[in-house]
Design a protein. Structure first.
Length: 226
């Protein structure tokens, strides 16, 4: 199986999503500034970070699967070094959306009751996912250690915690937390960035993770998917 077959779809989807952000970023979504930096700049930083993150994961996973690249360069520390980069980029998604929401606050008319209630629901679902990953799945597996350590490829399918309800809880529920800053601060730009993040992570799933699962396991049902 050629692991690079789906990349053209990744590129096309990314172009479409970036164009969508550009088309929807009107006056309200660009209003405001924070720390002397315009909302327009914060918005595009919030779009750039997930792109860098997902390209980083794609490069690390494919390089490791095809050529054991990370392990050859860093030896036994390869997975740990990869996870540090992953964590910094993943956390930066939320950090930049928070900064964007502060820069662009009060730019969209939402019912406070609805917005705050949705924020609580999204936070609880994301929190339950975090608990389920820590308790049942393990953070190493969530980071993709099966690309580095073959012994993890024989662990059983996870069906506990939030994983009882979907095999793809990471992407379904985990990214809901990115919507919360925009909902709390009524920021159109932050909601737009959260939407980009959530759609783009599914592009990652279908063009990177799912082909990797099939390459490693032969079918997507042999382990819990991220």
């Amino acid at each position: 199986m050629n692991l690079f077959d789906k990349q053209i779809y990744h590129y096309l989807a990314l172009v479409f999503l970036v164009w969508g952000v550009y088309a929807l970023a009107n006056d309200a979504a660009l209003a405001g500034q924070l720390l002397g930096v315009s909302t327009n700049t914060w918005l595009w930083l919030s779009i750039t970070v997930p792109i860098l993150h997902q390209v980083y994961v794609w490069f690390a996973w494919r390089g490791q699967l095809k050529y054991a690249l990370i392990s050859r360069i860093f030896g036994e520390s390869g997975f740990k070094i990869y996870t540090i980069g992953f964590t910094v980029l993943f956390a930066s998604r939320l950090i930049f959306i928070i900064l964007l929401s502060l820069s662009n606050r009060d730019s969209i008319a939402l019912s406070p009751g609805f917005s705050y209630a949705l924020s609580v629901i999204f936070t609880l679902l994301s929190g339950y996912l975090f608990y389920s990953v820590r308790t049942y799945f393990g953070f190493k597996r969530a980071f993709g250690i099966d690309h580095f350590d073959e012994s993890y490829r024989h662990l059983p399918f996870v069906r506990e915690g939030i994983f009882k309800y979907t095999s793809n809880a990471m992407y379904t529920f985990g990214f809901l937390i990115l919507w919360v800053p925009g909902l709390i601060f009524f920021s159109k730009a932050a909601l737009l960035a959260a939407c980009f993040n959530h759609f783009y992570i599914w592009v990652h799933y279908y063009t990177t993770e799912l082909p990797d699962i099939r390459f490693i396991y032969g079918s997507p049902g042999n382990r819990e998917q991220s």
